[in-house]
Design a protein around this ligand. Structure first.
Ligand code: ATP
Ligand code: MG
Length: 489
């Protein structure tokens, strides 16, 4: 892998203008381990105004001393390079943010305020592109090779400055890859001080949680949060299912079942809504459980669970539309779908309750639920059949409502009163429009109405019957196509 020329050009321009400049942070970590960075950051001793002078195409939001430099690249990852002035952080009094952010004079100071050794390295692209020089003051390369997350400096002090770093440690351990471990002193400090997380804003916790969720290894992250005592300060309700056995239909406890469901969703690449719904779909089970042993019950857990989901996601400051969507998936995850027993009207009701746009996600949650309970097969035939019925009942019925003209228009136009003639004319118009949707325009249809108005009763009846027959044929044909699509006979 090479350092992209757009990034190199940023540090070179700064150097030409007489400043120091390095590539820094997460992108150096990813570059050195051979993974393409999501974005590239640079650091410099130039002050924000000085950076802006070097790059006319840049903007400064006065946030954390960062200037965003725009490049000419078409690649999303390279369109912008963030350039941040060397900084250090002032005192910390509340475990959440520095009382002030200050300019620093040296690269060393800037690297020292960063969280983990692997995130605290800087890169000079150097004269030759092939020999980038790494500034590594804290053993980041060694930890990168050994796959170790270790704080820069004394762990307890660093977590005391910003408690979110404890969650970040878990995030990196889970997302970087399989063998990654948190170094033992760093880990001990997290276990000891996990309650400090309470000082952190819910928004920052949510963002970090979502980064864990985004990973294919989301479940390792969540279980590590639990082991280190952090989960109870994020979603305590989830931890309450730990060690709560279910009934004869399940081999796993509530917590493990939730994680395995989500694991399936994560490995399948389902979206965040589905992943979170899979994680929370049984969240109420510990609360509504009645009885013990193989015959215990969990009545109403989907209803109580939807309510709890709303409360949890509200607490974590999720957006209203995300909360509504996820709660709905939890609320309806128990839908019934035995091929012989399920009626079209019950599927129609489900589609109405959940919304046609959410049906696919609901099916995904259901699959995740099944796989997560240790049941090996995902019941392909039953699911295909259900999808067929869903599509069938979701399809717009072919009806005169589709027309740009209605019965009232026709009566007014022909100056006639209500009677069978109106319905016949609508039937014929509908036939035209089905054959040629372009004809569905008010003026064109009005002209047709004029013509049809001149026909006698008999002629009109023949035409309308023919239109009706054609429409029925079309419905049969469409149904056959849908059946083929889902291999349902
Ligand atoms: P990602 O690949 O998710 O972007 P990243 O390492 O780039 O990971 P960012 O949150 O983008 O993470 O932060 C960029 C860099 O800023 C980090 O690599 C680290 O050096 C520093 N940093 C970020 N957050 C903190 C923090 N809370 N405390 C100390 N340093 C931090
Ligand atoms: Mg980053």
């Amino acid at each position: 892998m090479e350092i992209p020329k757009e990034v190199k050009s940023v540090t070179e321009k700064l150097k030409k203008a007489g400043f120091e400049a390095y590539i820094v942070g997460g992108c150096v970590r990813d570059f050195l381990r051979g993974v393409e960075p999501k974005d590239w950051d640079a650091t410099t001793n130039a002050k924000p105004e000085e950076i802006r002078k070097v790059f006319p195409k840049s903007f400064y939001e006065n946030k954390f001393l960062t200037v965003t430099v725009q490049t000419a690249s078409k690649d999303e990852k390279l369109k912008e390079v963030e350039v941040t002035t060397y900084r250090s952080e002032g005192g910390y009094t509340d475990k959440r943010h520095p009382d002030e952010v200050m300019f620093a004079k040296t690269l060393e100071e800037d690297l020292t305020r960063r969280d983990f050794t692997i995130n605290a390295m800087a890169l000079t692209p150097g004269v030759k592109a092939s020999t980038p020089g790494v500034v590594d003051l804290f053993g980041g390369q060694k930890d990168l090779a050994a796959k170790i997350i270790r704080t820069v400096g004394v762990p307890e002090e660093r977590f005391g400055e910003d408690a979110l770093r404890m969650m970040r440690a878990v995030r990196f351990a889970a997302t970087l890859g399989e063998k990654w471990k948190i170094e033992s002193k760093t880990e001990e400090a997290i276990k000891k001080n996990a309650p400090w997380l309470q000082a952190i804003s819910k928004e920052r916790i949510r963002d970090e949680f979502m980064k864990i969720i985004a990973s294919e290894r989301a479940v390792d992250g969540i279980d590590l949060l639990r082991k280190l005592g952090l989960l109870k300060h994020i979603i305590p309700e989830l931890e309450e299912g730990y060690g709560v056995p279910q009934n004869k239909h399940h081999i796993y406890d509530c917590y493990k079942h939730s994680l395995l469901s989500m694991d399936y969703a994560a490995k399948k690449g389902f979206n965040d809504h589905v992943k979170i719904a899979a994680l929370l779909h049984d969240i109420a089970k510990p609360k509504v459980k009645r009885g013990e042993g193989p015959d215990s019950t969990f009545y109403n857990h989907e209803v109580v669970g939807a309510r709890m989901t709303v409360a949890i996601l509200n607490r974590l400051k999720f957006a209203k539309k995300d909360i509504e969507k996820i709660a709905k998936l939890v609320r309806y995850h128990l839908f019934y779908y035995n091929v012989d027993e399920v009626t079209e009207s019950s599927v129609r009701r489900l589609v109405r309750q959940v919304g046609p746009e959410s049906m696919e996600e609901l099916l995904q949650v259901r699959m995740a639920d099944r796989i997560g309970s240790g049941v090996p097969k995902a019941e392909p035939y039953k699911l295909r059949h259900l999808k067929y019925v869903i599509e069938k009942v979701s399809r717009d019925p072919i009806s005169a409502k589709m027309l740009k003209i209605n019965g009232d228009d026709i009566m007014r136009h022909l100056n006639i009163s209500p009677g069978p003639k109106i319905g016949q004319i609508l039937d014929i118009l509908l036939g035209h429009v089905i054959n040629d949707p372009e004809k569905n325009q008010k003026e064109l249809l009005a002209k047709e109405v004029d013509m049809l108005g001149r026909l006698d009763e008999k002629e009109l009846k023949v035409f309308s019957q023919k239109a009706q027959e054609e429409r029925e044929n079309l419905e049969v044909k469409e149904d056959k196509m849908t059946k083929n699509k889902y291999w349902v006979t």
